[in-house]
Design a protein around this ligand. Sequence first.
Ligand code: UDP
Length: 335
Amino acid sequence: MAVLVTGGAGYIGSHICLELIECGYDIVVVDNFSNSKFEALRRVMEMGNQSFPVYNLDLHNQKELSTIFDRHSIDAVIHLAGYKSVRDSTIDPINYYWNNIVSTLTLLEVMQMQDVYKLVFSSSATVYKASDKMPITEDYPLEACNPYGRTKLIIEQLLKDVHDSDPNWHITILRYFNPIGAHKSGRIGEDSNGTPNNLVPYLSNVAIGNYPKLYIFGNDYPTKDGTGVRDYIHVVDLAKGHIRALSRMEDMKGLEVFNLGTGTGYSVLELVKAFSQVSKKEIAYTITSRRNGDVAECYADVTKANNQLGWQAEKDIHEMCQDAWRWQQQNPNGY
Ligand code: UDP
């Protein structure tokens, strides 16, 4: 029995694939490589000492997708494939809705036709309504404030309806906080396509000398030092959360939602300091105006994942920065 990983060549996907192999799962990957490279999977195969089938396929292609299910004995799906840039989603919402939602519908149709009812879905903390009440529990009010977040929210609602219509489904929705870091080998990590939008990839590029300085988006938030606070989680811890979710679904039907974070918030300035310490580089920065759509603070209550998945993030902010830095140094221009 194999696990199908959609979007398996991406930053989070490649770490999940390696973790699955190390835990003894057979895997099959589908990716259209729109924002990822085969090299990531080649390295996963090398590191895991095992090759696995990889299909360069768009999930909209229902016929081909169905053939993959015919060819392999798929028992569960981890669905990560999707566009993920908030900025791009505001520029081209039609493309975002089309790509993220229609492809999920196609996948669900194929799964249903093939009697595969176990699904782990990659969601995001962006589905939570902005609030100053922290930490965020899974039952917090939901409201996304950009097209990307709305695609995640719509898919979550879609999955609830699908589950309600047929109790055979086992569905786990994982809401990621801020995944950063890389595998400790430095061989797989986040390969930003063009100028990075997220803090850590940008920061790493400043440290390595690709950009002159970091722009910090606002220091007038009501936070410990005025800069935005987020719940950064090591990508390997995040990947392990998926393994726990999969094994929990073996014997439990139903739909469950879990936050995956550490439960601790760090400010932009704290992160800059930690990164500077581990890289032994001065990080030049300028404070600029707030970025549209950013909230002051966002960090998770992870009690539910601790209790029900038996999962807890283990790596601290220094290890996250150390691993991100090792990846950056060993791969200054990505894959
Ligand atoms: N941020 C920043 N400069 C950057 C990128 C991000 O100051 O070049 C800040 C951003 O305002 C937020 C935090 O870093 O407070 C994390 O942003 P990121 O884009 O990494 O993740 P988000 O929480 O927005 O998904």
